[in-house]
Ligand binder design. Sequence first.
Ligand SMILES: [Zn+2]
Length: 195
Amino acid sequence: MRIVEARISIGVVASPRDSFDCQILEGLVKLPENRECADCQSKAPRWASVNLGIFICMQCSGIHRSLGVHISKVRSTTLDTWLPEQVAFMQCMGNKRSNKYWEAELPPDYDRSEIQKFIYTKYSEKRWAAKDAPQPGFGDINLCPVSKKPLEGGSKACIPKKMRNFSLEEEILTSHVAPALPPPTRHRGVSSNSS
Ligand SMILES: [Zn+2]
């Protein structure tokens, strides 16, 4: 019985193993507006700033971390655990909408080659942010009509449903250990105890 309770409490946090949130995130990074890093515009970003609502590349994620969590909270779309409201906020925001605010006054031909300076100026100094609009943030989530249906095309890339074959204890253990580790294989450490 204790095990069941533990599982329920863990279930509050969505991990990439949760196929529903997994599908949403995978679907979001495939949207045309999110296919390029919000800052350096490199292809296929797999990291995110959950409070800014943007998808960014690994290099830019390191720079975002250096800004401090009061400006940007970085998470991996594939490795980290996500709260359901964080996933919903990413759905609500995204790179296009976010940059509409943060790059409102950015010259179109601006040279982003000094990316660290660019990111600092963009988010810390807010140099190019829209003057006539409030900074978008988590509070806007109620204004967004967020669909609860998984977006198209995201079902394959996530942690497979093999996870279902783990024993309950194993699944809980994995949930605790998972964020820092790659997905466990089916065979490693699977107890042969049958229930
Ligand atoms: Zn980048």
